[in-house]
Ligand binder design. Structure first.
Ligand code: ZN
Length: 214
């Protein structure tokens, strides 16, 4: 199995009566070689298996190799505006799928598509004005807290480039590991402009200004 860092939640940004076949046909028309998501959830809670988690799908540009993608049908109102119109059945199915993902890929970080937007003003966080799109039309972070998901209160950051994790808060300390650009780290504490973080089995210090809050 490939290394998976992210479980990304999406909406189809389409009407709730959209058929799975019409969604797949749309991707084909766009010339995509793969489907857009691994799992697709109908309003009645049915989960459609579109791809195996070992396969790479086309959900978030630049992050597909390390992500799995789960989408619900809906996410817009009759005027095409973003709205969280998930049914209770869809929320229940999402919960089952993210719990399963957390078991399959220990340390996986669950985010919404919009949480991958660039930090244009470089203030270290992604604001609504910076969203490249509104998908999945709800705050994944808030929802994880609401359902009491086990990692909901952890603070995660994404690396802004290939970064050295060090054994202390300064460049004089030894390198524990070098992290790939764009991976999620759990921030445990902060001191003198350095963040104490964990990524998989690695724990150490990373310069705070090279991290973006997710
Ligand atoms: Zn999306």
């Amino acid at each position: 199995m490939r290394k998976v860092d992210y479980c990304v939640l999406h909406c189809t940004a389409g009407p709730r009566n959209q058929s799975v076949e019409s969604i797949k046909a749309h991707w084909k028309r766009l010339g995509w070689k793969t489907v857009g998501y691994h799992r697709l959830i109908s309003p009645d809670g049915t989960v459609h298996n579109l791809a195996d988690y070992s396969d790479i799908t086309n959900g978030v540009k630049g992050f597909n190799a390390v992500s799995i993608h789960i989408s619900y049908i809906g996410g817009i109102d009759s005027n095409g505006r973003a709205v969280d119109n998930r049914t209770d059945a869809q929320k229940a199915a999402q919960k089952v799928l993210i719990e399963e993902a957390a078991k399959l890929f220990p340390g996986i970080v669950i985010l919404g598509h919009r949480d991958f937007s660039p930090d244009k003003n470089r203030d270290g966080a992604i604001q609504p004005g910076e969203w490249m799109k509104t998908c999945p039309s709800f705050s994944v972070k808030d929802w994880l807290k609401e359902i009491g998901f086990k990692s909901a209160n952890k603070e995660y950051c994404r690396t802004l480039g290939a970064l050295n994790m060090r054994s202390g808060f300064g460049t004089q300390f030894s390198i524990v590991t070098t992290l790939m650009p764009g991976v999620p780290v759990e921030k445990i504490s902060e001191k003198n402009g350095w963040a104490y973080c964990q990524y998989g089995r690695f724990v150490g210090w990373i310069r705070s200004d090279l991290l973006i809050k997710i």
